[in-house]
Design a protein around this ligand. Structure first.
Ligand SMILES: *Cc1c(COP(=O)(O)O)cnc(C)c1O
Length: 431
């Protein structure tokens, strides 16, 4: 496969853009080699600047649940383009999307739109602190909540890929207020809360961890978080920026039946336009300006284009059977991958929640801990990534990212992927 144009573009990009990329994981540091540059998307496919086509399992890191350029999203955007790009004031469509989000995710009584997932988590944490008048934040190792200063502690994918668990430039005083516990360790959470519960403003968690590959919650873990937060008066925040409208229509909270106080959203709700959101109990949301004293604002918040794309997206994903179909596709894909790995004698396992999945080069049957993820055979993944790429399949260029199927992925794409994997596993077995 020829990557000449991508290579030239990367060299040029390195001159004007730090590291040649506008977000670090794009740089292929996690897999080696030069990053690809893309010029188009078409349903389940990405097209790079050398005109190579790939079945896409990144989906713009989650938003493209309908695949690239879905007709109804494009039509909604075209309609809005004719009416204006932004007014810096309120629109009827914002009410419509807020009402829809609140209907679909019942723990949200009110919701505010922002422009990224990072902004959503940053605002939710400020709100939780303002509401409780406490300072401590609890997060979990390997969970990523955007590049919020105080949350860049053991923060999963991007930082993990670069081998930097924490970031320079974040004052120690900020992260002193962040306590990191082990994901899926209910006992550890209880022990921490027995001692410090009364000082905790909030617990923030990815209810299905998607930034340390894909790790679902073990039974009882989310329930424990709910319990200790209720007992101690801390705010439980589900960061559903990735899982929202992805693992189920009502997100992970619907799937696992645990209700948070606040929820952050992003990715899918914007259909790849810049949108995030946070919402929850009215009593808490009432603390935000202009009603309350917790300040939060945004020039581009509720961008008419993003809202139009989001509304069109929500219309599509609320069709009956949408999530069953999406989940079935991912199951067929995961089952097929495991069969082919076994046939080649490669230790390999997978996790899957709805249309979100993770693949692990590991001897272990079940992956539920961060330490199991980091113990996987990373060189093997890197080899697999490049073999898949050469066979026309684009995976996330990091062993610490979840993968996604879209409604545009059909039998043809899945079979193509399984054929590519068969070749890749066979090549790896010979190494
Ligand atoms: C992607 C992601 C974020 C950050 O969203 P951005 O739009 O990249 O700022 C936050 N939380 C989770 C769980 C994410 O997956």
């Amino acid at each position: 496969m020829n990557h000449e144009n991508s290579k030239k573009l990367y060299e040029l990009a390195l001159q004007f853009i730090p590291g040649g990329v506008n977000s670090p994981v794009r740089a292929f540091k996690g897999v080696g080699g030069n990053p690809l540059f893309f010029k188009g998307g078409d349903g389940a496919y990405l097209i790079d600047s050398d005109n190579n086509r790939y079945v896409d399992y990144v989906g713009a890191w989650g938003p493209l649940i309908l695949g690239h350029r879905h007709a109804s999203v494009i039509a909604a955007l075209q309609k809005q383009l004719e009416q204006g790009l932004g007014y810096g004031a309120s629109t009827e469509a914002e009410i419509e999307i807020a009402r829809k989000i609140c209907e679909l995710v019942p723990s949200l009584e009110q919701v505010r739109l922002v422009t990224s997932g990072t902004e959503a988590t940053m605002s939710a944490i400020r709100l939780a602190r303002g509401f409780t008048r406490r300072d401590l934040v609890v997060k979990f190792e390997g969970c990523y909540h955007g590049h919020v200063d105080g949350l860049l502690v053991k923060a999963g994918s991007g930082a993990l890929t670069l081998g930097e668990p924490d970031s320079l430039g974040v004052p120690k005083a900020y992260t002193d207020l962040t306590h990191v516990l082990d994901f899926n360790d209910s006992d550890g959470v209880r022990r921490f809360f027995e001692q410090h519960g009364k000082d905790v403003a909030c617990v923030i968690v990815e209810p299905v961890a998607g930034n340390m590959n894909c790790v679902p919650p073990v039974p009882g873990f989310l329930e424990t978080l709910r319990e200790v937060c209720t007992e101690s008066g801390a705010v439980l925040i589900f960061d559903e920026v990735m899982t929202g409208f992805r693992v189920a229509l009502g997100g992970a909270q619907e799937k696992f039946g645990v209700t948070p106080d606040l929820t952050t959203l992003g990715k899918v709700i914007g259909g790849a336009l810049p949108v995030g959101a946070f919402g929850g109990r009215r009593e808490i949301m009432d603390c935000i300006a202009p009603n309350g004293a917790v300040y939060q604002a945004g020039t581009l918040s509720g961008s008419p284009l993003a809202v139009a794309a989001g509304l069109a997206m929500l219309e599509e994903i609320t069709r009956p059977g949408f999530y069953d179909e999406l989940g079935n596709k991912a199951t067929i894909l995961m089952t097929g991958l495991k069969e082919r790995a076994r046939a080649a004698g490669i230790p390999f396992t997978t996790n899957q929640v709805g249309g979100m999945f993770g693949c692990f080069f590991s001897d272990e049957e079940e992956i539920s801990q961060f330490s199991q993820v980091t113990a996987c055979n990373i060189p093997r993944f890197q080899n697999y990534f490049h073999q898949m790429l050469d066979n026309g399949v684009y995976l996330a260029p990091s062993a610490y990212e979840a993968g996604f199927v879209s409604s545009a992925h059909g039998d043809t794409e899945i079979n193509h992927t399984l054929d590519a994997a068969e070749k890749a596993f066979a090549a790896i077995a010979k190494l």
